[in-house]
Design a protein around this ligand. Structure first.
Ligand code: MLT
Ligand code: MN
Ligand code: ZN
Length: 304
């Protein structure tokens, strides 16, 4: 399975358009030690030809241009090698790219019922896009099944969705609600490579922790280092928990769990512009690396 991180920042990107925090200033300065990041998304493929997007960020247009394998096949005037979008939740940073992809044909969307409902009631996505290429909906399976290409043939990947603790997006009421977020596990039966994609989660206990053990590569929510990061940096008032993100730092943080996970690649993505791990010379960045965990960067690629 080929995996590429298209974007590794949380909502707003890095730097964020209206932000003048220390990290956004630093990355704008162009000095080494921080790199700009677009909003969180990844893409996977079994054969290097047919690709599946894991969420669709508002930065998708530029993410496609930066990765020509997602472009239209050379022998077609128009077209795409994007077969479908697998959605983990209905947050704007994960779905606005769907509108950007409106010029293609019917866009297959895979999403659990709660996410589809938020998108249809909150953003009228099916209704609005009907006037363009349209969308089709598939509810992802809870046990491994073939992930199909847009023409119905097998892609060479298997996938399943599993529920994670999360909340509805702000435009849909912000409530913590069952079914508002999922993670995906993708398996390539040829290489036996297993990927878990989990860019938003409020916790890593119970069934979620079982999925973490059962993979070779994990892409995990790296939004905040600290519970109070937004307050401390003067960028907001909500805590990590109130936003349904498990912080990385401290004894209860996700880094302590990742440290002991016996899997090959452990990578943080969906990193907020306030998170000190974005600065390569910060103690927090060093702690992540010393724990055998990677700080995701845009364009990072690997095969499993
Ligand atoms: C999140 O990840 O918490 C959301 O994308 C924040 C937002 O609503 O912008
Ligand atoms: Mn987000
Ligand atoms: Zn900032």
């Amino acid at each position: 399975m080929f995996v590429r991180l298209l974007g590794t920042a949380a909502g707003g990107g890095f730097p964020q358009w209206n932000c003048n925090c220390a990290l956004c200033r630093e990355v704008r300065s162009g000095r080494s030690g921080t790199s700009p990041r677009s909003q969180s998304s990844a893409t996977v493929s079994a054969d290097g030809k047919s690709w599946f997007l894991l969420n669709a960020s508002p930065d998708i247009r530029h993410q496609i241009e930066a990765f020509p394998k997602l472009l239209s096949p050379r022998d077609h005037v128009r077209g795409t090698s994007i077969e479908a979008v697998l959605l983990t939740n209905a947050d704007l940073d994960h779905v606005l790219g769907i509108f950007i992809l409106r010029e293609g044909g019917v866009l297959p969307l895979h999403a659990p019922p709660g996410v589809r409902k938020a998108l249809d009631e909150g953003l009228r996505i099916s209704e609005v896009l009907k006037a363009y290429g349209g969308v089709s909906w598939t509810e992802p399976p809870s046990t491994l099944k073939a992930l199909l290409k847009s023409n119905g043939s097998e892609s060479g990947l298997l996938y399943e969705a599993f529920e994670v603790p999360g909340k509805l997006p702000r435009y849909a009421g912000s409530k913590f609600e069952k079914g508002s977020a999922v993670g995906y596990r993708l398996v390539d039966p040829r290489t036996k490579g297993r990927l878990v994609f989990l860019p938003d989660t409020a916790g890593l206990i119970g069934p979620v922790s079982e999925k973490l053990k059962d993979c070779d590569a994990l892409l995990l929510d790296g939004t905040f280092w600290d519970e109070d990061e937004m307050k401390k940096t003067g960028t907001g008032t909500l805590t990590a928990s109130q936003m349904a993100h498990m912080p990385l730092g401290g004894p209860q943080g996700s880094l302590e769990i990742l440290r002991n996970l016996p899997i090959k690649r452990k990578i943080y993505l969906h990193i907020n512009n306030t998170n000190p791990i974005l600065n390569e010379s910060s103690p927090q960045h060093r702690q992540v690396k010393e724990a055998g965990v990677e700080v995701g960067t845009d364009g990072m690629e690997f095969e499993i």
